[in-house]
Design a binder for this molecule. Structure first.
Ligand code: BG6
Length: 510
């Protein structure tokens, strides 16, 4: 049935309803992620009426806290980090009554017995109907430990027949393919795949989700997205910040390739390059993402030398070098920047290069996907000043200035035939008057409602790790390409432009 003009449309064509009740058990409740992201997201979901009146939040960590202390810490965090300001104090007071705290040391199995009783007691008090969501905002080494300890006391099963139990995990999921598989095997002995929600917060971003809508709700662009019309694709996630405080030790074992490419960047690539799903549901979409990730051509050591660039930032005015950061080895060889040229071996994309770059301490924080189209087959206007690279580019801005623009050549008014690229530009901020929810709001509500579409399935995870592993192996065995340096605050090493192998092509300035 045609929709009335201007009517909003969702996959379910209905207004969102509050998520079903549960006891939401937040491990790592006194940590950074809980305060910065989870508490503000829960608060905003509550304000929007998207949490059931019976949802109960139980913070779990090893430091002792009373319920009251925990509530006031969470209020402070919400005040500091909520996207909606100022805080609605009376709404918070009402909501805070459902926040509780339980001290548990994650690797002490005995302590899970009292945790299980506390969950049961809170369920009874607030009416959570036996449902549980365990959110692990802890260090990754604790993921299998907590999962095992939950299972020991039967917390991997629901408290009543029709209720659900889910476990939500933060990245990294392993540090290579073998460890990711091992982690999965361990988890799958305790929980079903359908109960496991692996977070990639990029998938919670409004603009990233809009990629699906843009591609599959509009018939005019999709016919162009293939080898016949696309020259290449550039995917950038640049950060102006360096190492967040206390992250040095983690990053030393990760580097940009594992920290950003294995997850966020390859997910963006998958959403841009996937085939049209046969069903717009979690499995339909994830099947296609997994297929395209599996189709990325593995790189030989020789190709790694030619098709990858890795670099580390040095100090600049007011910017300390990576090697001088807390927790970082002064001789560290870890890359804080990486640029790659990848190919997808399928009929749609064969021979179309996908360029990916990401780095810390770059000139600007910006994420975008840029689809650069081929030139017209024969150019009438080259002599009159048009760009030999061709004007047609479709840019999906993920951050900042979220939106989509299409560039094409137009005639400059006047008697001579001068051409200049101009833009058709859609801006989220101008087109919609309401503020987008934070990525974590999307993801939390989906985990509570049992919609795994925006969470990573294990086959996607394995396909991404295979690509990353092949690059890392070649780097460590051959030391080619060697680790370069770039000045903090710049756009990274100029060698990244050489990946294009064409003097007219390069990373487009952002
Ligand atoms: C995280 C990485 O997954 O994503 C961080 O571990 C990075 O190193 C962050 O800073 C970037 O996310 P965003 O949403 O700020 O682009």
């Amino acid at each position: 049935m045609p929709l009335p003009a201007g009517e909003a449309f969702s996959l379910s064509s209905t207004e969102p309803e509050p998520a079903p009740p549960c006891v939401f058990v937040l491990f790592g409740a006194t940590g950074d992620l809980a305060g910065r992201k989870i508490a503000p997201a829960l608060y905003n979901l509550y304000l929007e009426g998207l949490l059931s009146e019976n949802t109960t939040i139980l913070g779990v960590a090893r430091r002792p806290r009373s319920d009251e202390q925990f509530r006031s810490e969470m209020l402070k965090a919400v005040k500091e980090h909520s996207r909606t300001q100022p805080i609605d104090e009376s709404a918070w007071r009402k909501f805070a009554g459902r926040w509780h705290y339980h001290v548990t040391t994650a690797d002490k199995p005995k302590q899970y017995e009292t945790l299980a009783s506390r969950i049961k007691e809170l369920d009874k008090l607030h009416g959570a109907e036996g449902a549980r969501v365990f959110y692990l905002a802890t260090t990754p080494d604790l993921n299998p430990v907590i999962a095992k300890n939950l299972q020991r006391v039967g917390l991997n099963r629901a408290g009543s027949k029709d209720a659900f139990v889910r476990i939500v995990l933060e990245k990294p999921f392993g540090h290579d393919l073998a460890s990711a598989r091992k982690l999965d095997q361990d988890l799958l002995e305790l929980f079903d795949e359908s109960q496991i929600y692996r977070i990639d917060h990029y998938l919670g971003k409004e603009t990233v989700q809009n990629l699906l809508v843009f591609r599959f709700a509009n018939a005019i662009f999709e016919p162009l997205l293939n080898r016949q019309y696309v020259d290449h694709v550039q995917i950038t996630a640049a950060e102006s910040e360096g190492m967040a405080r206390r992250r040095g030790a983690y990053y030393e074992n990760a580097g940009a390739l594992r920290d950003m490419v294995q997850n966020h960047m390859l997910q963006l690539l998958a959403l841009v390059a996937m085939e049209v799903p046969s069903r717009m549901d979690a499995e339909g979409i994830r099947d296609e993402k997994a297929q395209v990730l599996e189709a990325i051509r593995p790189l030989s050591a020789g190709q790694v030398a030619e098709q990858t660039v890795r670099a580390q930032y040095t100090g600049a005015e007011g910017i300390g070098a990576y090697r001088s950061q807390e927790g970082v080895d002064p001789n560290s060889e870890v890359e804080t920047y990486v640029a790659l040229k990848l190919f997808i071996a399928n009929w749609r994309w064969s021979d179309v290069p996908f360029y990916i770059r990401t780095g810390k301490r770059l000139a600007k924080k910006a994420s975008q996907v840029r689809i650069v189209f081929r030139r017209e087959p024969m150019s009438f206007f080259t002599l009159w000043g048009c760009d030999p690279r061709g004007p047609n580019q479709l840019v999906i801005r993920i951050y900042p200035d979220e939106g989509i623009s299409l560039t094409f050549d137009a005639k400059v008014p006047g008697v001579s035939m001068l051409l200049r690229p101009v833009k058709m530009d859609f801006r989220y901020g101008a087109a919609f008057r309401w503020a987008s929810p934070e990525a974590y709001e999307h993801l939390l509500v989906d985990a509570l409602c049992g919609d795994p579409t925006l969470f990573i399935r294990n086959d996607e995870l394995e396909a991404s790790w295979s690509i990353v592993d092949s690059i890392r192996d070649a780097w460590s065995k051959t030391n080619r390409p060697e680790l370069l340096t770039y000045e903090g605050g710049s756009w990274g090493p100029s060698e990244a432009d050489k990946l294009f192998g064409d003097p007219y092509k390069r990373w487009h300035p952002i």
